[in-house]
Design a protein around this ligand. Structure first.
Ligand SMILES: N[C@@H](CCC(=O)N[C@@H](CS)C(=O)NCC(=O)O)C(=O)O
Length: 228
C-alpha cells in the first residue's frame, strides 16, 4: 500500500498509526503543499491528505479521508481489530472519532500554528518556516477570535478525554479503538506546547503508549532529546 501524505500532518499520523497497529507494510509519498492539489484532485476529487492507494486488486485505487482509510483497513485486515464487537460501543467510538476528526483536529491546528508564530517561534524562526506558517494561517482564516474558540474547544476535549483516559487505557469499552487512534494523532501537535505538556501530562502518557503500540515514531516534542 502507498500513503500519500504531508509528513507533518496530524491526519496523516492518524492513518500511519492505523496501518502500524495492523502491521500492514506500506510506503509513503510526501507531497509538496500547493502542488498536492494537482495530484489529489484527479484521484479523489478532494484536495486533502491522507490518501491511501491500496494497490490491491479489486479495491478502489484511492481512498481519501482518514476516517474512510481506517474503515477500509478494518475491512481489508480485521485482525487485530480496532472496532468494538458491541454495536453500541462501536457507535460511541465512531462518534468520538468523528468529533475528534471534525472539531478537535481543527482546533489543534489553530492553536498549534498560533503557537508556532508566537511563543514557539524559536522552534524554527527561519523565513521559509514562518512563511509557511503565515500561508497556513491565511488558508484556514486563523484570526485571534478563532484561535480563542479553538482553545476553548480543546479545554472541553481535555475534560471529556481525561474522564476516560486517566483511569483506563481505552476511550471506549475495554479495547483499543478508532477513538484512541484519532485522539493520539490529532492532539499530538500539542506536545510542543509547554503549557499543555505541564497541565495534561496524562494525555501525553497515552499518546506515547499508543505510538509504541502502533510502532510509529513519537511526534515532535516527545522524542529523545526533546524538552518536556
Ligand atoms: N477530515 C480530513 C482532514 C484532512 C486534512 O485536513 N488534511 C490537511 C492536512 S492536515 C490537508 O490536506 N490540507 C491541504 C488542503 O486543504 O489543501 C481527514 O480526516 O482526512
Amino acid at each position: 500500500m502507498r500513503l500519500l501524505q504531508f509528513s507533518t500532518s496530524h491526519y496523516c499520523r492518524k492513518a500511519r498509526l492505523a496501518l502500524g497497529y495492523k502491521h500492514i507494510p506500506y510506503t509513503v509519498e510526501n507531497l509538496t503543499p500547493g502542488a498536492h492539489v494537482l495530484k489529489l484532485k484527479p484521484l479523489t476529487g478532494l484536495k486533502t491528505v491522507p490518501v491511501l492507494l491500496p494497490e490491491v486488486e479489486g479495491e478502489s485505487t484511492a481512498i481519501a479521508d482518514s476516517t474512510h482509510i481506517l474503515h477500509f483497513l478494518e475491512r481489508h485486515q480485521p485482525d487485530p481489530t480496532f472496532f468494538l464487537a458491541d454495536p453500541q460501543l462501536q457507535t460511541e467510538a465512531a462518534l468520538l472519532e468523528d468529533w475528534l476528526d471534525e472539531s478537535i483536529g481543527t482546533a489543534t491546528r489553530f492553536v498549534y500554528y498560533d503557537f508556532r508564530r508566537g511563543d514557539g517561534k524559536q522552534i524554527d524562526p527561519s523565513l521559509s518556516s514562518q512563511l509557511v506558517i503565515q500561508v497556513v494561517r491565511w488558508q484556514y482564516d486563523m484570526n485571534p477570535a478563532a484561535v480563542e474558540l479553538a482553545r476553548q474547544r480543546l479545554a472541553i476535549a481535555f475534560a471529556a478525554l481525561a474522564d476516560r483516559w486517566k483511569s483506563t487505557p481505552y476511550l471506549v469499552g475495554n479495547q483499543f479503538s478508532i477513538a484512541d487512534i484519532a485522539a493520539a494523532a490529532l492532539l499530538s501537535p500539542l506536545a510542543l506546547i509547554p503549557v499543555y505538556r505541564q497541565q495534561q501530562s496524562w494525555l501525553f502518557d497515552r499518546i506515547r503508549e499508543i505510538h509504541q503500540l502502533c510502532g510509529e515514531p513519537l511526534p515532535p516534542g516527545m522524542r529523545d532529546g526533546d524538552e518536556g
